[in-house]
Design a protein around this ligand. Structure first.
Ligand code: R5P
Length: 320
């Protein structure tokens, strides 16, 4: 067992390869496909050769969520896949309804939440703010989850709010696999749009065999306005640049960086992210700033989901 204690005093507990867990076989698993992640759940079920549990869902005319799991018997563990992209609150409510229902059926619920909503509010940035992720963690635990798996959580400190085992997997290897065939390392540079994305960018650059650079970003906490700068900007001249971030919401961050890259004579600007939330007119903003290509994973399913996180999740589940 690995226990990491964060500054705040809370702990992130990772249980790995204990004899009890190693005794499990894939027959002990089934996969429940939440309404927000049906396709991804099917892929995970196929990769882990697990049975799929049918989840019925609907929305009542007043907007309330309904869940029914018409199963008589469930194996010892159920891998429930439900991402919490917009509409976040609805997807979270469905997640909690499913967790509660499943645990009532005497199965241990492994909640796979590929995009974990509210993870950006993992601390109070201004006095008096609610720590949203802490509340979400409590809700999932109160509903009965026995373990949580997410992908590229905004800040790993956020895992400390869970008192059940919680892991954040990385999509970088799969993103790298996709990009590898499409770039030539010698004239490509990977850029992190801010310090928080540094490790991700560095990891991608190692996979691709390229250099990497880290931009400086400042965001006005009240207006949300973003300003970025890249020290040694001249290195981007005549290079193809891959900007990698955990998520794209309004597109403000990556479009700000794309503008300075293009102004410094970068050739192609490829934007890669794990979670393509794409609120408002994010895509329009990206295009206007000169972004040539945009790729994302299926944590948020959509037309830019060119990379699947199913393999990373299946591999992790197999090793539990
Ligand atoms: C922030 O630190 C995140 O890593 C992303 O850079 C940010 O959340 C993206 O949001 P937006 O697209 O609205 O700038």
């Amino acid at each position: 067992m690995v226990v990491t204690t964060f500054l705040r005093g809370s702990s992130y507990v990772k249980i790995c390869n204990t004899p009890e867990l190693r005794r499990r076989t894939l027959d002990d698993f089934c996969v429940a496909a939440g309404p927000s992640s049906k396709e991804l759940a099917m892929k995970i079920a196929a990769e882990t050769r697990s049975r799929v549990v049918n989840v019925e869902s609907k929305i009542f005319p007043d907007g309330e969520s309904y869940i029914r799991i018409a199963e008589e018997y469930l194996p010892h563990y159920t891998v429930l896949v439900q991402s919490t992209y917009p509409p976040q609150d609805r997807h979270i409510m469905q997640l909690c309804l499913m967790i509660e229902r499943l645990q009532e059926m005497n199965t241990n619920v492994i909640a796979v939440v590929p995009y974990l909503a509210y993870a950006r509010q993992h601390r109070a940035f201004l006095p008096g703010e609610s720590i949203s992720l802490k509340v979400l963690a409590r809700m999932m635990e109160a509903a009965g989850a026995s373990r949580v798996i997410t992908v590229d959580i905004h800040n790993v400190e956020g895992l400390g709010y869970f008192s059940i085992p919680a892991n954040s997997l990385s999509a970088v290897r799969d993103i790298a696999f996709y990009l590898k065939e499409r770039i030539s390392p010698e004239n490509t540079l990977v850029v992190a749009p801010d310090h928080g994305a540094k490790i991700r960018a560095e990891t991608l650059s190692v996979h691709l065999g390229t250099d990497f650079a880290v931009a400086k970003k400042e965001r006005d906490r009240i207006t949300g306005e973003v300003t970025v700068s890249l020290p040694e900007i001249e290195v981007v001249r005549n290079k193809n640049v891959i900007v990698i971030d955990d998520m794209i919401s309004t597109g403000g961050t990556v479009s700000a960086i794309a503008k300075i890259l293009k102004a410094a004579h970068a050739k192609e600007v490829i934007v890669a992210c794990t979670h393509a939330l794409l609120t408002d007119d994010a895509m329009e903003r990206l295009k206007k700033s000169g972004v040539n290509e945009f790729i994302a994973t299926d944590t948020v399913p959509g037309k830019f989901s060119k990379v699947s996180v199913s393999h990373a999740i299946s591999e992790f589940i197999r090793r539990l």
